[in-house]
Ligand binder design. Structure first.
Ligand SMILES: C[S@@+](CC[C@H](N)C(=O)[O-])C[C@H]1O[C@@H](n2cnc3c(N)ncnc32)[C@H](O)[C@@H]1O
Length: 380
């Protein structure tokens, strides 16, 4: 049976950047081409996983390159300064107090990267309440061996570094995660011939190039020819082991993202996948494997749905501006320094981190969420 050829123009329009010369690639690019020659095209999600997390050549596995920094490829709220950690420490403190000030309270941070947020939160907790400080067991979870070594050296025993969430069990605690959901590998889809196709990565004339296979993702069917969209990552495989650590907990996810309706709006024809290098996002996702960041907006509706299926109660997501202002109510009245106020302004300013980033909280077990969320704060 012959199939209509798939029109790849949508993918070309979604990523209209000049390509590297044929044959010009990275060591990881050569490995990926060899793998494709042996086993056939890779799904985009598998390609992205290798680009970011190959144990030696992946983007996050090259510790000599400070990718998350002002001198690197992109900055996060953590890079702005210690105020971000301080505000999260206030939020954790409020939750701890509301739940009977337990003698042992575990904080788990996946994607702790270089450990800065962990140290900022711990320092703030120490200054806030010695009893809370005594109760804290801080765990950072990092799957890449090379990053674990670095984290161990940097944290110097102040937190435990774990390779899998299965190593931890806690009666009560919290998970804190900043910009990790956007770094999970996503599948990529293209609308052609009135149906969805999954984007694959193949090798063509010494370059990596697009290929496709028919797919039935749970994406709207009414989108235009050439529409490109990424699907959610494998959230269940990521969230389930994290949920399994705690009997009772507050989970805080902070990231850039949208709800499903906005993410798959008919006008948003090119998806949100992008590459970062030196604070610019104008490179082709198939070029320079392992040497540029690949990221996509978080589908917060999918995260909430997955969390509900795992027994969490989710609370309305709110933009970072509102969330941090709420977390910092007491701190703002306690006389922060002008330098701290400057950091706070960067974190909440709509053109910086305030309006593109959202905080999503969810709770598990028998806990008081200790929230005062306003109605109408949902992300969109
Ligand atoms: C974008 S960075 C996080 C930035 C950091 N949290 C900050 O705010 O500056 C993503 C980090 O998540 C780590 N990571 C990737 N997959 C992970 C997973 N499944 N579990 C935990 N950490 C993961 C990566 O190695 C990398 O260090």
């Amino acid at each position: 049976m012959s199939r209509e050829p798939v029109n790849l123009t949508g993918l070309q329009q979604a990523f209209p950047y000049p390509r590297s010369a044929p044959g010009a690639t990275t060591d990881l690019g050569r490995l990926i081409r060899d793998e494709i020659a042996r086993s056939g095209p890779l799904s985009f999600a598998d390609f992205m996983a290798q680009c970011l997390y190959h144990p030696e050549l992946g983007y996050y596995a090259r510790p000599e390159v400070p990718v998350v920094s002002k001198k690197g490829d992109f900055i996060t709220s953590v890079t702005v300064g210690p105020v971000f950690g301080k505000l999260l420490a206030h939020r954790l403190h409020k939750f701890w107090l509301a739940n009977g000030s337990p003698e042992s309270f575990t904080v788990l941070e996946p994607g702790a990267h270089d450990g800065t947020l962990c140290l900022d939160i711990l320092a703030a907790i120490k200054a806030l309440n010695p009893k809370f400080d005594e109760a804290i067991h801080y765990l950072v979870y990092e799957p890449l061996p090379v990053r674990r070594q670095l984290l161990q050296a940097k944290l110097g025993g102040k937190a435990s570094v774990i390779a899998t969430p299965g190593e931890a069990k806690a009666e009560v605690g919290a998970l804190v995660a900043n910009e990790i959901l956007d770094a999970l590998p996503v599948p990529l889809y293209l609308r052609s011939g009135g149906q969805w196709h999954e984007a694959l990565v193949t090798s063509h004339e010494s370059s990596l190039d697009w290929d496709t296979r028919p797919a039935t993702p749970s994406l709207p069917e009414n989108l235009a020819e050439g529409y490109v969209a990424e699907g959610p990552p494998d959230l269940s495989s990521f969230l389930k082991p994290l949920a399994g650590v705690f009997k009772n907990a507050l989970f805080i996810w902070i990231d850039y993202g949208l709800d499903e309706e906005t993410l798959y709006h008919p006008a948003r024809t090119a998806g949100t996948l992008r590459c970062y290098s030196k604070h610019q996002s104008n490179a082709h996702p198939l070029d320079n494997p392992g040497e540029q960041d690949l990221t996509a907006d978080v589908n917060f509706s999918a995260v909430e749905e997955c969390a509900c299926s795992l027994g969490f109660q989710t609370h309305p997501a709110m933009n970072q501006s509102r969330y941090l202002t709420y977390c910092g109510k007491d701190w703002l009245l306690s006389g922060p320094t002008p330098q701290e106020i400057g950091q706070f302004q960067t974190l909440i300013h709509p053109s910086q981190f305030g309006s593109r980033f959202y905080a999503l909280e969810m709770t598990k077990g028998d806990v008081d969420p200790a929230t005062v969320f306003d109605q109408g704060d949902q992300c969109h």
